[in-house]
Design a protein around this ligand. Structure first.
Ligand code: XUL
Ligand code: CO
Length: 450
């Protein structure tokens, strides 16, 4: 039985000249690029919480979106029906992966024991659906932020019994992720932070967060989970200050507590901008530490200061991000997870298709443009020229740590004032525009203006 009868079959690829709003223009899942399909390069994933649990509510009003499968009285039966609809969507939108929180897929019970039972039933159902459709789990996670018990944090809660509850919940979510062959497991610490330092012992809370992560790693290895652990940084919202503020803060935290070898980062565009960074900046910081794991693909709104989780069709931003991702060697076991939601008035099921078609097309187009830029190599050539003085002479000795202040002082005293060398930013931005322009295939090998 179809839950989405108005979209009869899978979204076709029709190419850039197509005028069909329900067709891909740039994302052809079957296209081979370097011997791998675009589906394998992009590893797109659907976020269950937004697409199947979000109904358009905001702080000023209740949900606007009504789905036909949300009927019945038994919450577990509704959860199964909803999941059938979700897998129909995954197939029709041609997404090879999905992601969940434990409480998105299975209803919370009156007790932890009952919640676990619900989750077992739903995970068994999901396992069948994954087998029948070939859709795989990119990552699982536990919701440690919605229930009032977590109002002061989960692993950073001042009350040890809440820490224990959160540990039990993550234990179960790890088992569910393993059961569904999840390739990653995510920690997003939405309430792991503080509202005021007047009531908070920051050091103890950070120690507790680290202890929690160590326990998770130990337990996962014990049960045979081989997937990648990911931290998803966010500076604030819902909590005023969150400990995983941004990637750089996360790296410092993981290294301080001996956790760095177990974790990489799940970078979300809207979280980067909330932290006052660009999306590309966060990717570069993670890549520089060899800790780029996965992407939560979305966008904020430049006029609003909160996490609006919109679908991203900004080709410039995505091309820059893709450049950094491709230079880092790709995402490996990660993928592009659409942690994005429909706007409140986008109430039709077709809107869910338009949203994901746009998101996938935008990323696929950015991937192709970034590949062209990298194969021409003009920006890379410019950057390597810019640092050429460190490839020779005393510059090289600085990098090799073979020289100190005394020798450098002698060099500086003997030399003339360093000559200013242009950074050529405007020139480079124009060059980028040539690649972004429709049909922007610039002839390769053009000399860089010097
Ligand atoms: C919240 C957010 C989460 C995480 C998973 O801003 O991004 O949905 O991705 O907990
Ligand atoms: Co996210």
């Amino acid at each position: 039985m179809s839950h989405i009868p108005t979209i009869r079959s899978a979204i076709p690829f029709e190419g850039p000249t197509s005028k069909n709003a329900l067709a891909f223009k740039h994302y052809n899942p079957d296209e081979l690029v370097d011997g791998r399909t675009m589906a394998a390069h992009m590893r797109f994933s659907i976020a269950y919480w937004h697409s199947f649990r979000g109904a358009g509510s905001d702080p000023f009003g209740s949900g606007t979106i009504q789905r036909p499968w949300e009927t019945g009285t038994d919450p577990v039966s509704i959860a199964k029906k909803r999941m059938d609809a979700a897998f129909e969507f995954f197939q029709k939108i041609r997404a090879p992966f999905w992601c969940w929180h434990d409480r998105d897929i299975a209803p919370e019970g009156r007790t932890l024991r009952e919640s676990n039972k619900h989750l077992d039933k739903i995970v068994a159902h999901a396992k069948q659906l994954q087998k029948a459709t070939g859709v795989k789990l990119l990552w699982g996670t536990a919701n440690l932020f919605s229930n009032p018990r977590y109002m002061c944090g989960a692993s950073t809660n001042p009350e040890a019994s809440v820490f224990a509850y959160a540990a039990a919940q993550v234990k179960k979510a790890l088992e569910a992720t393993l059961e569904l062959d999840g390739e990653n497991y995510v920690f997003w610490g939405g309430r792991e932070g503080y509202e005021t330092l007047l009531n908070t012992n920051l050091k103890r809370e950070q120690d507790h967060l680290a202890a929690f992560l160590h326990m998770a790693v130990d337990y996962a290895r014990e049960i045979g989970f081989q997937g990648q652990f990911l931290i998803e940084p966010k500076p604030k919202e819902p909590t005023r200050h969150q400990y995983d503020f941004d990637v750089a803060t996360g790296i410092g935290f993981l290294r301080t507590y001996g956790l760095a070898k177990h974790f990489k980062f799940n970078i979300e565009t809207n979280h980067a901008t909330l932290a006052g960074h660009s999306f590309q900046h966060e990717i570069e910081v993670a890549a520089a530490a060899n800790m780029l794991g996965s992407i939560d693909a979305n966008s904020g709104d430049p006029l609003l200061g909160w996490d609006t989780d919109q679908f991203n069709t900004d080709i410039r931003e995505l091309t820059l991000a893709m450049l950094s991702i491709l230079k880092a060697g790709g995402l490996g076991a990660g993928g592009f997870n659409f942690d994005a939601k429909l706007r409140r008035p986008s109430v039709d099921i077709e809107d869910l298709f338009f949203a994901h078609i746009g998101g996938m097309d935008a990323y696929a187009l950015a991937f192709k443009i970034a590949r062209r830029i990298l194969s021409d190599g003009v920006f890379e050539e410019f950057v390597s020229q810019r640092y050429a003085s460190f490839d020779m002479g005393f510059g090289r000795e600085i990098e090799k740590k073979k020289i100190g202040f005394r020798e450098l002082e002698k060099i500086a005293l003997a030399a003339k004032e360093p000559k200013p060398i242009s950074g050529r930013q405007e020139y480079l931005e124009n060059l980028l525009m040539e690649y972004l322009a429709p049909g922007g295939d610039r002839s390769s090998g053009r000399a860089i203006a010097s």
